[in-house]
Write a protein that binds this ligand. Sequence first.
Ligand SMILES: [Zn+2]
Length: 172
Amino acid sequence: MTAATHILEQSIVVFSQNYLPISRVNIKRAIVLLLTGKAEPLAMMNVPVWKVRSPSHVIEVPEHIRLTIKGKERTWRVPPVNRREVLRRDHHTCQYCGSTNHLTLDHVVPLSKGGSHSWDNVVTACERCNQRKGNRTPEQANMPLLSHPRAPIHPTVAFAEQFWREHQIRQE
Ligand SMILES: [Zn+2]
């Protein structure tokens, strides 16, 4: 029973028809895609295959599957620069000290100094850092940023980047 539960918790990487890693689904979803012919196993070296038994048959589910149908391309736009989206991009972490408490938004170059309300000029900052920095740039306040702010990228591109990074680590 525990083994079966463990299998059902596995996630499967879905590749597009063009062999681009696009998302992760749970094994149940992967089985549905395989059984309905919407996906096929994608053979990669050194990748485990899980055997899932139903009363009538055993189905082998590899860690990677490839869609045999054209995936629906959802339109995606760069999200607006607001508290919810900026905090999400910055993983709910102050970009000056790393704190995860009392978070606010900070304009890297203050608006009063010509800074804009844009993805590359707005970061998550805790109240303390925001107050300490005041109406100054990070250089003036001697408070270097932990990351270089940029607009979020298309989720599919972000997923592919992450996938290949992990894949590289595994092969090393
Ligand atoms: Zn802080």
